[in-house]
Write a protein that binds this ligand. Structure first.
Ligand SMILES: Nc1ncnc2c1ncn2[C@@H]1O[C@H](COP(=O)(O)OP(=O)(O)OP(=O)(O)O)[C@@H](O)[C@H]1O
Ligand SMILES: [Zn+2]
Length: 551
């Protein structure tokens, strides 16, 4: 949810490492008290068992040992989507990155993850879109909830232990709000709204983002007392979907949903809370305030992990529905696979912003192809189909053992997947060197000029095939071999013909991609740039030769 939060999160310096106000000298043994203005950022290491992982915690603004209240079990609340439209690649990126973290925790560290995801199925955007489509907000929400689940399954994201809808939890939300009011931290207005009283929560507000409750930087144009007060319950507008409450008809505010749902399942104990960086403020900040009042506890939610935004190339803005700069997951998956997207996600830190572009997807595809090509060769070797010098198994075993250690260490260091991928590619590179030993010797030495010419011919041939596959006519009367139908031919029919041609030529493009992947395993890297393809031999990261071929 945008809600102006990204800018606020940036202002707070979130995700930029330990900020100037972060508590110094914090250790496992116990939290030291910070003094003065920074007091509200204090975070105490929870009691429990060290998982062996160190994670960047937005609550403390530094990397902390991940200590779980129950050994081998992580309670995890994930903010889910607002279901009013198709999900896009920004959403995909956040949920895939956290899915990778979840799998690392389970597979590498033996942690059982108990994940709950809230589904926002009532809010302003849902109401607006439902009105535009002349259907009920709940009918709209059910459609896109199902759509979201299908997208996640297509991306191989494991489902949470349970999805919890806001509208299925209205009585729990009302009772949660009642407790906050009776604890003296919220007030009801004559218009039937209920607000959290931020100012009187004082220095305890702002644990996550260091927002100062005293600064009045927003004009108050509603019935709230202070600009930073936020709605727990919103009085219904005429004709709006609403529920009865002690304060009149209305619906829940945004933040209270997640506080209530998480508490309904986990009580006051929560190890991990996740969402995109835009959710840090105000959403997570407000969730913390609500829960700490409700549970009367010092620290609700021990670790807050935030994923960085996915941007489109050349833009500073996150991919977002409202900015109309998005690609839906469904459209993306027409041309790329879920594994390719997951590799794209693995190549960066989950907490970093990531740029989506054709080139970055190409890189991810090439890596995957190099891996599958190696696995193919290794299988062929096992079956005795690959002739090469005897493999030095002792060296391979040692390398494998070292790689395993490096990968686990990378994962333990704030889930550093890019370091893990690099270690695995290094192992593959070494494996390839052994498996290709004979082939290389056979064509090496004084025959390298011949090899070069062969690659040259191959790339030239591939370029022609690719060019043919990509060169689709704009209109059907330009289709080769077609009798020119003239301008009368309906546009729709022309489009259909074009689509048909694309379908027919797709295998050619796939063959070109697979050849490029196969050659990459030999260190021959082909790069496609429009009609031009270049190739180079890369040995141990050094470019040895580059030739350019024009089609
Ligand atoms: N471009 C993005 N990159 C990374 N994560 C994103 C991006 N856009 C949304 N998210 C994350 O996806 C999750 C669900 O988002 P939500 O349903 O609130 O959508 P949203 O942020 O309102 O999207 P939009 O602005 O496109 O409507 C949140 O954790 C949010 O931070
Ligand atoms: Zn939430």
């Amino acid at each position: 949810m945008l809600r102006g939060a990204a800018a606020a999160a940036r202002r707070c310096g979130l995700g930029l490492g330990a900020g100037p106000g972060a508590c110094a000298g914090r250790g496992q043994a116990g939290a030291r008290r910070c003094s003065g203005a920074v007091q509200r950022r204090q975070w105490a290491p929870p009691a429990g068992r060290d998982s062996g992982i160190v994670a960047y915690n937005s609550r403390s603004r530094s990397k902390e040992p991940l200590v779980l209240a129950t050994e081998g079990v992580a309670t995890w609340y994930s903010c889910g989507p607002t279901v009013y439209d198709h999900a896009h690649l920004g959403h995909a990126c956040s949920y895939v990155r956290f899915d990778i973290i979840r799998r690392i925790m389970t597979r590498f560290f033996g942690i059982e993850v108990l994940m709950v995801m809230g589904i926002t199925d009532i809010d302003d955007k849902i109401i607006k879109r439902a009105n535009e489509m002349s259907i009920s907000p709940l009918a709209l929400a059910r459609i896109y909830e199902e759509d979201f689940k299908q997208d996640m399954a297509a991306l191989k994201v494991l489902p949470p232990m349970v999805y919890m809808r806001v509208t299925d939890n209205i009585p729990q939300i009302i009772s949660f709000i009642k407790t906050i009011i009776s604890n003296g931290q919220a007030y009801v207005t004559s218009q039937g709204n209920v607000y959290f009283d931020v100012k009187s929560w004082g220095k305890r507000y702002g644990v996550l983002t260091a927002i100062n409750p005293d600064t009045q930087d927003e004009s108050v144009d509603s019935d709230k007392r202070h600009g930073k007060d936020f709605a727990l319950w919103k009085a219904a507008k005429p004709q709006e979907l609403s529920w009865n409450s002690p304060w009149g008809k209305g619906r829940p505010g945004w933040h209270i949903e997640c506080s209530t749902i998480s508490s309904a399942v986990f009580g006051k104990q929560l190890d991990i809370h996740t969402g995109g960086i835009d959710l840090a403020f105000p959403h997570h900040e407000n969730e913390i305030a609500q829960c700490e009042v409700y549970h009367q506890c010092e620290q609700w939610g021990n670790y807050f992990l935030h994923s960085g935004h996915l941007h489109v190339k050349g833009s500073q803005e996150k991919m977002s529905k409202s900015l109309k700069n998005y690609i839906t997951i469904k459209d993306f998956l027409k041309n790329c696979s879920s594994d390719q997207f997951r590799m794209f996600c693995l190549r960066g830190r989950y907490s970093s912003a990531v740029e989506f572009s054709e080139e970055s997807m190409e890189d991810a595809k090439n890596l995957l192809q190099a891996i599958s090509s190696f696995i193919r060769d290794a299988n062929a070797y096992i079956k005795g189909q690959l002739v090469c010098d005897p493999v030095r198994e002792d060296v391979l075993w040692e390398r494998l053992a070292n790689t395993k250690v490096t990968v686990k260490a990378a994962f333990a260091d704030d889930f550093d997947t890019s370091r893990a991928v690099a270690a695995i590619m290094d192992l593959i590179h070494h494996g390839n060197r052994q498996l290709k030993a004979v082939t290389k010797v056979a064509v090496g030495g004084d025959k390298s000029a011949v090899l070069s010419s062969v690659v040259e011919e191959l790339v030239r041939f591939r370029t022609k095939v690719r060019h043919y596959a990509l060169a689709l006519p704009e209109t059907a009367d330009a289709v080769p071999g077609e009798s020119a139908p003239g301008a009368e031919e309906p546009k729709q029919e022309q489009k259909e013909k074009r689509k048909q041609l694309m379908r027919e030529r797709k295998p050619l493009l796939e063959a070109c991609d697979s050849l490029r992947g196969d050659l990459a395993a030999f260190g021959i890297h082909i790069k496609d740039r429009a009609a031009v393809s270049t190739w180079e031999i890369v040995e141990g990261g050094q470019t040895e030769k580059q030739t350019e071929k024009k089609s």
